[in-house]
Design a protein around this ligand. Sequence first.
Ligand code: HEM
Length: 147
Amino acid sequence: MRKYTLLALATGLLALTPLSQAAGNDALYKSLGGKKAIVAVVDDFVGRVAADNRINSFFKATASNPKRLAKFKRNLVDQICEAAGGPCKYTGKDMKTAHAGMGIASGDFDALVQDLVAALDKFSVKDGDKQALLGVLGPMKKDIVEK
Ligand code: HEM
């Protein structure tokens, strides 16, 4: 009987915890270089997006408001850090709500991912880590793209 109670408890905890953390799997987070490295990648990435004429019109209001820009970067860092199994908690909106009504097209999404890959390459992020990260972000496309 006790055995089953413990099992139920463990299953409950697992359900509440992101899979990568439940398994104590912060390998990707560590391999990326931890929080500092993620902050550096996000800084570079957002700079590339702001300079990318294919998609920077979406970010006009964000880029022109330092507080808003800082919050956006913080959210991105937390999101990537948590997805990589690091000790962060993303507290922003879910991806569908965050991008609702923006009219983001599939090509816009792909352009943003290209900018992210360029940032990851700049910091010599290993191929396997890059694939792992894109593997987490890729499935978000269906919640972000509206046309
Ligand atoms: C995997 C791809 C993407 C991820 C992980 C992502 C992530 C995020 C996050 C975490 C936020 C903040 C949500 C909040 O404020 O609570 C956000 C907001 C936003 N995203 Fe994305 N996004 C992605 C793709 C895109 C694309 C393709 C575009 C447009 C081309 C875009 C445009 C925006 C804009 C304009 C905001 C609002 C920023 C602000 O608050 O000022 N996103 N995104």
